[in-house]
Ligand binder design. Structure first.
Ligand SMILES: *[C@@H]1O[C@H](CO)[C@@H](O)[C@H](O)[C@H]1NC(C)=O
Ligand SMILES: *[C@@H]1O[C@H](CO)[C@@H](O)[C@H](O)[C@H]1NC(C)=O
Length: 333
């Protein structure tokens, strides 16, 4: 449950109140409003918790990547998924040379069992998959009702530095050209049927938001706040001076109003957030090549040689850095 505290209003008035009257007033002011947003920790996904709070999806990759998503038993047996203490590793097979006519490279895609509407997701990530043809993603959607139930891409889905945070929706959802965010908007029409499903994206201002630069800095924190009236995403590098203490420490409660200007801000001025986004699962996946990353212009443009699928087939050791190392995913409601 989201709690809203119209703090300043209460301070002067509460002194004159006593007992039940005061309690009733406080309760009334806890009703949703557009004021300060305090949330409490609902789901603390850390280490082995992920093995029961998330499902490994052994499915065909919807982006037609050169990937073979395996189930949890296989992922654990092959150590593609490793969970211990405050560490969750999700990685691709980096040992097997593949036959071009045989199965694709083993990898992992996990989806939260629970779904969330109004909430804040805080990802504490030490390392994200990097390397030629590697396409990681952490995002939220309702796969059963896509695109009308909406999609929020938090990190990786566009596989580019800097990271882009992007919404994908049904028709009639646009973002204003001017808004308060530190990132830079690319396209403002979120409709999947406009602009070839590019969605409405916002690029983070710094290269350490993605890939090798992110990893070299020890990773960092991504946080996404979703309410019925807006979606915000913040990124802070591991060593940034402005990481909120409650984010760094994984506090039991958070107040997003103290976090400063978001990296990406998606308001409801030209998009009814409440009707374009339904209850979402959180998904973390790692594919290779596929519709976006496999395009010759993208693959070769990133300095990677030959054809993406040949590269994935023939160079297992090139995927030793194709892993997620996630310290925690905390969901606040
Ligand atoms: C599995 O992966 C973890 C994390 O990378 C590593 O510490 C561990 O040694 C691996 N286990 C085996 C059996 O290779
Ligand atoms: C993850 O899977 C979804 C489809 O279910 C896709 O839209 C997204 O692009 C995928 N991302 C990666 C990096 O595999």
């Amino acid at each position: 449950m989201r709690r809203d505290h119209p703090v300043r209003l209460m301070v002067s008035r509460r002194r004159s109140m006593v007992g039940a009257t005061k309690a009733a007033f406080v309760l009334a002011t806890l009703a949703p409003s557009a004021l300060a947003a305090t949330y409490s920790l609902s789901d603390n996904h850390v280490g082995t918790n992920f093995l029961s709070t998330f499902t490994h999806q052994a499915i065909a990759d919807p982006t037609r990547g050169r990937v073979n998503y395996v189930d949890q038993a296989t992922a654990l047996a092959q150590n593609l998924t490793f969970a211990s203490g405050n560490t969750l590793i999700l990685r691709a097979d980096s040992k097997t040379t593949l036959s071009s006519s045989g199965p694709s490279r083993n990898s992992v895609r996990i989806r939260s069992v629970k779904t969330y509407t109004t909430h804040v997701s805080v990802f504490d990530i030490r390392h994200m998959p990097q390397g030629c043809g590697t396409w990681p993603a952490a995002w939220e959607t309702d796969e059963a009702s896509w695109p009308n139930g909406g999609e929020v891409d938090i990190v990786g889905v566009n596989d580019q530095t800097p990271n882009a945070m992007t919404l994908h929706t049904g028709a009639n959802c646009n973002m204003p050209a001017s808004r308060t965010q530190t990132g830079t908007a690319t396209l403002n029409n979120c409709d999947v049927n406009a602009n070839g499903n590019s969605g409405c994206g916002v690029q983070a201002p710094t290269p350490d938001s993605y890939g090798p630069a992110f990893n070299n800095a020890g990773g960092g924190f991504y946080a996404m706040e979703r309410t019925s009236t807006f979606i915000k995403v913040w990124f802070w590098g591991r060593n940034a001076g402005n990481v909120p203490a409650e984010v760094r420490s994984g506090g039991n409660s958070i107040n997003t109003d103290t976090w400063g200007t978001p990296t990406a801000f998606f308001p409801n001025t030209q998009c009814d957030i409440a009707s374009h986004f339904d209850a979402h699962n959180i998904i973390i996946n790692l594919t290779f090549c596929g519709d976006w990353a496999g395009q010759a212009g993208i693959f070769n443009g990133a300095g990677c040689p030959g054809a993406c699928t040949d590269y994935v087939n023939n160079n297992p050791s090139a995927f030793t850095d194709a892993f997620w190392d996630i310290a925690a995913l905390r969901v606040y409601t």
